[in-house]
Design a protein around this ligand. Structure first.
Ligand code: 5AD
Ligand code: SF4
Length: 372
């Protein structure tokens, strides 16, 4: 009995696919990299931009042929895209050969759903769920071990679907995180521990007693062993001086920081509900560079946010020039149904978005060349 997992989207999903792999192996399945040979195919989906969703629909459509050849094949879709009721409904109607459609909060039950799907199609989305504190993983990312420290997001950046499909912020208990890392270190296979959360800087605010992200890093660093620590993703509004110092002076911390700026223009940052200004962002970068001179800085940017003018886009170009990031991700704004920005007037035409994203990426290449 073989399984095949297709993962779309971010590191969080890559890590969740490691959870899916564990569940399936526990049920007696082994992995195959050939879709045609699989008895169970799982699509772990992403909803962050329309493109990610479209690619997933195309991929699922192509499975019809496999189901015809093997009627016992079980096809499951889960993740952020199918957490949305409209997408789940669309899959149910459009792809009758899909057996299981679930969301983000009930993933741990996938094993049961596979049993049920032998008799009938399964559709189940939960609106929230408890943190999965002790779930096991089949780690598949080489010498990097992902460790989820929290779920969800409270920020509601106006473009972002994440708070709607992953719920409110919930931090895992430090003792569970530390135990997981002790186990990882004991296995001796992993050199790098990457802590994951939508917004790791607000780790612990919901715990009782509260704990800061920096305190968590300090506790993790006390674990004996030859490993390095990094994390993603940070929100500039919650970066503290303590955290910057921790990156600078803790020898276990990898000297890198992914700090999404999204825009270099204050009016757009405000419309995005990012809660910081261009000046504040640059101030953080200055502090980071002063304390960690060789830091690898990376960022995310969105171009063509509703009403963004050419001049405002040039502010983003200028910020990228000023900071000289090691690399950046540049995305064309993609309206996500249900978010505030999707309803804003002044949506920017696709040609303009294309042009801006190309210019930003060209600038990135130019900076990389100059900095070599
Ligand atoms: N359109 C384009 N990019 C988006 N991102 C999040 N939502 C959207 C959207 N609706 C980008 C942000 C974020 C990264 C993970 O994806 O830059 O940091
Ligand atoms: Fe989305 Fe903003 Fe939360 Fe990041 S911080 S997941 S961009 S809402």
């Amino acid at each position: 009995m073989l399984y095949h997992i297709v993962t779309f989207g971010c590191q969080m999903n890559v890590h969740e696919s490691e959870k899916i792999a564990f569940i399936l192996e526990n049920k007696g399945y082994s992995v195959t990299d050939k879709r045609e040979d699989a008895d169970v195919i799982v699509f772990n989906t992403c909803a962050i931009r329309e493109g990610a969703e479209d690619r997933f629909f195309g991929n699922v459509g192509a499975l019809k042929r496999l189901k015809k050849a093997n009627p016992n094949l079980i096809i499951a879709v889960c993740g952020c895209a199918t957490q949305k009721a409209d997408t789940a409904e669309y899959i149910k109607k459009t792809f009758p050969f899909v057996d299981i459609v679930i969301g983000t909060f009930n993933l741990a039950k996938l094993g049961d759903y596979i049993d049920q799907a032998k008799n009938k199609r399964v559709f189940e989305q939960w609106q929230e769920g408890d943190l999965d504190e002790t779930q096991s993983y089949l780690r598949t990312s080489g010498d990097n071990a992902w460790v989820n420290i929290m779920q969800g997001c409270n920020n509601f950046c106006t473009y972002c679907i994440v708070p709607y499909v992953r719920g409110r912020e919930k931090s895992r208990k430090p003792e569970n995180i530390l135990n997981e890392i002790r186990q990882i270190v004991k296995e001796g296979k992993y050199k790098k521990i990457t802590l994951l959360g939508q917004n790791v800087n607000s780790y612990g605010k919901d715990l009782c007693p509260q704990m800061t992200f920096t305190e968590l890093l300090q506790e993790i660093s006390k674990i004996d062993g030859d490993f390095q620590i990094t994390f993603m993703t940070s929100h500039p509004k919650d970066i503290t001086d303590e955290l910057i110092k921790e990156i600078a002076f803790n020898p276990k911390m990898i000297k890198s920081l992914h700090l999404p700026a999204q825009s270099g223009n204050n009016r757009i940052l405000k419309l995005m509900n990012r809660n910081y200004t261009r000046e504040k962002y640059l101030q953080i970068i200055e502090k980071v560079k002063a304390l960690v001179p060789n830091i690898v800085l990376t960022s995310d940017f969105i171009v063509g946010f509703p009403t963004e003018t050419e001049e405002e886009f040039l502010d983003t170009m200028d910020l990228v020039k000023q900071v000289k990031f090691s690399s950046i991700f540049a995305f064309m704004y993609s309206p996500r149904e249900g978010t505030v920005a999707a309803k804003m007037e002044g949506q920017v035409p696709d040609e303009v978005k294309h042009d801006r994203v190309n210019r930003l990426l060209k600038l990135e290449k130019q900076i990389q060349k100059e900095e070599k």
